[in-house]
Ligand binder design. Structure first.
Ligand SMILES: CC[C@H](C)[C@H](NC(=O)[C@@H](NC[C@H](O)[C@@H](N)CC(C)C)C(C)C)C(=O)N[C@@H](Cc1ccccc1)C(=O)OC
Length: 328
């Protein structure tokens, strides 16, 4: 089987996150979830959440579904790199994405979430697309929806085609040859830590010469920005007049009037180009904009987040433990 769903950016002014529809239970309850290759829990806002933690999100109601079955004694608790967190209990439930169903998916029901989630009406939870080793359910960890449906897919892949300020797609079991230009360049991934972890071969700022250097990064659709080593970030903003490491935001900002250079990353000999306009994340005030490229700080790896993804078609190939990039 193959399936495709729309990936819609929120909010309209800047692409902070991308959500896609997931059908839960019988009759189907459709919720919009963040598809997150940087984690491996499928969790949703539910009717067992305190009202104070809900602000417009659609809630999953297990007692409204004839196919929901409590996974007794199982709980989960997760913390993300930005400090956000959620936790709760578990049911087995019918979960369908793009027409592809799995009848007894571990569906994690939140009974508590941090402010970052409570204050985000666009998302009713997350669908983890990382490797199942990262799943947080105890006492027995659970498999991701993608792992569960993998044997039924026409090909053991999913393809991510995010767009700037426009709906893109997540495709399961296929690669849409009309969605990209040229060839897909693949590179092996190391999934031993549960991430889609790759080694890029270098970078280039604008039309400056390509700098060969190994960049150890994870591909994370759930991270908004492109998080890189300090030296690379400095080299980028050195070419942006008026940019600064803004003291109060602890992040690079620049005058919205600035003309941003493109950012190129290497995968072997392949060069992936992120247009300069994609590197502006959003307006802070009348004249100041927030950089889409930021310092990875003390993270043990770089993060190829949405700022990079939306400039490419990215193939997550679980069958051959590799990831592919193509221009579009
Ligand atoms: C199972 C936990 C998942 C895998 C969690 N994953 C992540 O945090 C990764 N993805 C982060 C998510 O994409 C997040 N931005 C989604 C939004 C909607 C909240 C980061 C590292 C790129 C993680 O590693 N959490 C760390 C905590 C952490 C991570 C990074 C920095 C600081 C602290 C942990 O607890 O791991 C056991």
């Amino acid at each position: 089987s193959t399936g495709i769903v729309a990936a819609t950016p929120f909010p309209a002014e800047y692409d902070r996150e991308y959500v896609a529809p997931v059908s839960l239970g019988t009759p189907a309850q459709e919720l919009n979830l963040i598809f997150d290759t940087g984690s491996s829990d499928l969790w949703v806002f539910s009717t067992s959440m305190p009202a104070a933690q809900v602000a417009g999100q659609k809630l999953y109601n297990p007692s409204g579904s004839s196919t929901s079955a409590v996974l007794w004694g199982h709980t989960w608790s997760i913390q993300y790199g930005d400090g956000s967190r959620s936790s709760g209990t578990v049911v087995n439930e019918l979960v369908t994405i793009g027409g592809i169903s799995y009848a007894s998916q571990a569906l994690e029901i939140a009974n508590g979430v941090s402010a970052q989630f409570s204050q985000d009406p666009a998302s009713s939870g997350l669908l983890g697309l990382g490797f199942s080793i990262l799943n947080t359910v105890i006492p027995t960890s659970q498999k991701t929806w993608f792992d569960n449906v993998l044997p039924t897919l026409a090909a053991p892949v999913f393809t991510v085609d995010l767009k700037r300020a426009a709906p893109g797609t997540y495709t399961f079991g296929a690669i849409d040859a009309s969605s990209y230009a040229g060839k897909i360049e693949y590179t092996p991934i190391d999934n031993s830590n549960g991430f889609w972890r790759l080694q890029a071969s270098g970078y280039q700022v604008g039309t400056s010469p390509f700098q060969p250097t190994t960049i150890d990064a994870i591909a994370d659709t759930g991270t908004t920005l492109l998080m890189l080593p300090a030296a690379i970030v400095k080299a980028y903003y050195a070419q942006v007049p008026g940019s600064q490491l803004h003291a109060s935001y602890g992040a690079y900002t620049f005058p919205c009037s600035a003309k941003l250079p493109s950012f190129t990353f290497g995968i072997g000999r392949y060069r992936g180009v992120i247009p300069g306009a994609f590197v502006s994340y959003g307006r802070i005030d009348a004249t100041t904009c927030y950089g889409g490229i930021q310092d990875q700080g003390n993270l043990p790896f770089s993060i190829f987040g949405d700022i990079l993804m939306k400039a490419q078609v990215v193939v997550f190939d679980a069958g051959r433990t590799r990831i592919g990039f193509a221009a579009k």
